[in-house]
Design a protein around this ligand. Structure first.
Ligand code: NAD
Ligand code: UDP
Length: 320
């Protein structure tokens, strides 16, 4: 009998790639989403597949799935700063109430559950690179707190279900991941810069651009998540690409890649924007035998090709 997996956030960027991966692995896949930041376009190619089912549902409400469920991937949550600043309460609810519902479902079905945590649990980190033992530096009441604290609560309740109910749980601390199917107007730096280049606008660097990020291509991320789900390790694991770059250098890289004639303009740095971020992936290497393989050059080229297919109208609509 086929293994059955429930993927929440299925119409989003990561969720849709995960649906593809588990369909390719011959699973029966239930994709669940309320479409608050996702788009059915990301999964419409799966609608004809008899092993794929879509449930339009808000996971902060009681979650019911008929029959057996072997695995759950909980990826529903706004993920970009401008999204979670726009919908702060929903962000807190999907990380807390939503996670509670899915843990309850996992317990009921005796399923293994992997939750999508984030490098944001480290906040504006005082330890560099960030390893899983670091407790983080988060401003609970700042604008980003709604996301960071929801994810920290999510980790706590997941470990409580593991310890108290013996549930099989996995926690992925995902670092900035990019690739096709990101929303062009989601405000994250890669779609922002590529969209600006394609529309012929200047690239907006926030602050002086000395803050750093480390970008992981989606195929590498999905492989790491797959390996973590199939492992027997229940403590958090960082999944990301340690190749770090400053945002200013990154803007230059995008200018080179796209050949845009536009320049860089500086805007104010959003509150609590982390100054540096780089995953320590020693654990992922040791426990999962995983490390990213796709260079930023290759991953960005593929992502750029994807956005280049957008029509002029779509590009203009994506301005915010
Ligand atoms: P995304 O916005 O593209 O996808 C999130 C999906 O969740 C959307 O389709 C949205 O409609 C859905 N959703 C939100 N609230 C819901 C609810 N209450 N009920 C049902 N569906 C709901 O974001 P993404 O980049 O694909 O992120 C997916 C997950 O991975 C999130 O949990 C995010 O926190 C985590 N994550 C992503 C990154 C990254 O770099 N992409 C980094 C760290 C963590
Ligand atoms: N950023 C920027 N210009 C933009 C969008 C983002 O300089 O148009 C910066 C942002 O301030 C942050 C970095 O790029 O320092 C990554 O931002 P993103 O929203 O992609 O992710 P996160 O801050 O959650 O890592």
């Amino acid at each position: 009998m086929k293994k059955k997996i429930l993927i929440t956030g299925a119409a989003g960027f990561l969720g849709s790639h995960l649906c593809d991966r588990f369909i390719a692995e011959e699973f029966e896949v239930i994709g669940m989403d309320n479409l608050i930041t996702g788009d059915l376009k990301n999964i419409e190619h799966l609608f004809q597949n008899k092993n794929f089912h879509f449930y339009h549902h808000d996971v902060t409400k009681f979650v019911h799935v008929p029959g057996k469920v072997d695995y759950i991937l909980h990826f529903a949550s706004p993920a970009s700063p401008i999204d979670y600043l726009k919908i702060p309460i929903q962000t807190l609810k999907v990380g807390s109430l939503g996670t509670h519902n899915l843990l309850g479902l996992a317990k009921e079905k005796n399923a293994r559950i992997l939750i999508a945590s984030t490098s944001e649990v480290y906040g504006d980190p005082l330890v560099h690179p960030q390893n899983e033992e670091y407790y983080g530096n988060v401003n609970t009441i700042g604008p980003r707190g709604v996301y960071d604290e929801a994810k920290r609560f999510q980790e706590s309740i997941t470990m409580a279900y593991h310890r108290f109910h013996g549930l099989e749980t996995r926690i992925a601390r995902i670092f900035n991941t990019y690739g096709p199917r990101m929303r062009l107007n989601d405000g994250r730096v890669i779609p922002a810069f590529l969209g600006q280049a394609l529309r012929g606008e200047d690239l907006t660097v926030f602050g002086d651009g000395s803050q750093t990020r480390s970008f992981c291509y989606v195929d590498d991320q999905v492989e790491g998540l797959f390996k973590l789900l199939m492992s027997d390790y229940s403590l958090p694991v960082n999944i990301g690409n340690p190749h770090e770059i400053s945002i200013l250098d990154f803007a230059e890289e995008i200018i080179k890649l796209t050949g845009t004639q536009q320049k860089i303009v500086f805007k104010s740095l959003p509150k609590d924007d982390p100054m540096q971020r780089q995953p320590d992936i020693t654990k992922a290497k040791d426990i999962l035998g995983w490390e990213p393989k796709i260079s930023r050059k290759k991953g960005l080229k593929t992502t750029y090709e994807y956005f280049k297919e957008f029509s002029k109208e779509e590009l203009l609509k994506s301005e915010h």
